[in-house]
Design a protein around this ligand. Sequence first.
Ligand code: FAD
Length: 539
Amino acid sequence: MTDQFDYVIIGAGSAGCVLANRLSADGTSSVALLEAGGRDWNPWIHVPVGYFKTIHNPNTDWCYKTENDPGLNGRSLKWPRGKVLGGSSSINGLLYVRGQRQDYDRWSELGCSGWSYEEVLPYFRRAENQSRGEDAYHGVDGPLQVSDMSFKRPICDDFINGVTELGTPYNDDINGEDQEGVGYFQLTAHNGRRCSSAVAYLNGARSRPNLHIITHAMVKKIDFVNGRATTVQIDRQGTPMSLKAREEIILSAGAIGSPQILQVSGVGPSDVLQSQGIDVVVDSPEVGENLQDHLQIRAVYKTRRPVTLNDELSNPLQKVRAGIEYILNRSGPLSMAASQVYAFCRTRLSNERPDIQYHFQPLSADSPGEGLHPFSAITASVCQLRPESRGSIHIQSPDANVHPIIHANYLSTDLDCKTAIESMKFTRRIMQTNAMKDHIAQELLPDPAATTDDELLYQARNIANTIYHPTSTCRMGIDDRAVLDPELRVKGVTGLRVVDASIMPEIVSGNTNAPTIMIAEKASDLILNERKRRQGMAA
Ligand SMILES: Cc1cc2nc3c(=O)[nH]c(=O)nc-3n(C[C@H](O)[C@H](O)[C@H](O)COP(=O)(O)OP(=O)(O)OC[C@H]3O[C@@H](n4cnc5c(N)ncnc54)[C@H](O)[C@@H]3O)c2cc1C
């Protein structure tokens, strides 16, 4: 195998797989896709409910942890990230959500020209193969399969009715004209099987002679010559290797991996780099800063009747039956995504647009990925859509194998605290609606004794958890401190871009997989157009 390629892509996650496909499609460029994890051969990756087996599993998850967070009463959280072909799209909850039109218009207002909603919509459509058919918002020719979930339960319908009683409309397409509303999620799945970015974008492309997918390739650093990114240093199961890029190196290692690799390579805040003895290539103060995430506050309610999945799967025989149902029909509990029902609501009707999102599940567990409770219960998890709190990712070693320090810094602004309190009150109102109140036997979480704002905030700090959406640690922008320009080129060097969830100037109002795939679709055009421009100039 040659050690020189036109493009070297670091990280085969949601974004990296898209790039590998698009950049190798016309056969004229050689492309290497480097992934620290292995092939996606673990069968649980492809069964929707399999995230219970793949998160917190070091064979498929980096198993990061945050620092003890004052905003969470000193708790540290587990932060799963996919370490396998497909990256986090191979272990995520499968929920297909794009965010709000205003998110992208805001990126554009911040100076990121080319990223307004009207300009990114074609890339959402280009990625998508929508099972409901084509319309102004949805495409059918893309590789990413998007379909309706088959797993529905009456208690989910009651939750939907409860939310509508409070004034939020029913909306069966939150990725269409308007996001506000309540309904059943669509999934990145097809016939009851997960459609990760690897399944969508690599399966049909891996036989191309110009595409080299290299797994178990742990990227240690990027080398620069006269300010140009030229070489990627990897460790392949104990063997060091160097791969050179003739055109560009593209960093798609995700919101934790990308700033870490930049920092160990000498691009980042000079004080952080110098504290680790790293020569500064570019003093870029915001590499690893601006970390945002959605924080879910999980309310758990015991129900009066056995109408939940806890009841359906309470004994081994029922689990066997669920397994048979999946094998025969690709349906039932094993075809279930991380959540069933969404609600995008306004905590105050005077708000212009939804500021909170619900993930409702007809089940309960101590934490996602752990066993179901031995009693009937439901979970209504709520998160603020546009948190102001910002954290950071800083290396604590020049060795990329050592996890960086993650300060999530949750609930550190007034708005975030107020929204947390309002969202918990909103949840209680839903449980008191005509549709829901007869179901509810007892509030388990938060503590029902918490009624004042201070008590509710204390509860939020005690029980909240990540909903796995870190972003913005290598933000694009036009100000001096931005890490990337709006074409995603790393400022201060040449030959290097970042393309993944870390580039978002601000987190989007929803789950982050579809937006990251859109980012990579658009980036592939930026990269190919620049190549054409250069070739035109050379001709
Ligand atoms: C448990 C979980 C549930 C989620 N649920 C949903 C959901 O239901 N819906 C939704 O929209 N979003 C969800 N998300 C979020 C979404 O999946 C991510 O935002 C998205 O996948 C991020 O894509 P990315 O390309 O930025 O990073 P990733 O997909 O994480 O890809 C980064 C890749 O880079 C590789 N890498 C990192 N460092 C190195 C290195 N040094 N050398 C080589 N390779 C490296 C990683 O192994 C990984 O494959 C979830 C995420 C998780 C973890």
